[in-house]
Design a protein. Sequence first.
Length: 152
Amino acid sequence: MKKLIYFIVLFLIITSCSVNKEPVFLKVDNVKVIAIASDTIRLKAEAFFENPNDVGGKISTDNLSIFVNNNEVAQVFSDDFKVPARKEFAIPLHVVIPTKRVFENNKNGILGGLLNTIFNKSIKIQFKGNLQYKFLGFKKVFVINQTKEIKL
């Protein structure tokens, strides 16, 4: 009888925590320039998700890159993020772009890229790669491919 009660309690605990849905990727937004130096451009962005489950997990960056003019210029860094249960949440993303890589990819060279950026005062960047969600043995990969225009 005691084992039956333990089994029923354990069964109720397991079935009451729903993990039947995956977190939903919403968007990458709030891209901001934190600092511009002669050798680097530092950006901050947020990846927005919604978790419909009663349990959390972890999301980590997995080969997420920044592209300018269809050329990869930097990797996106983020600490492993603990996913809250039943909430919308945002993961902070940090990027350090070498300015040399942004301007050398321009077909007019470094000077042409610099002049173009100064006159336009904006750059179109593309976030491309994967974010990975993990909970116990469950894994889900979110494919990110979004373009944003940032003002310098």
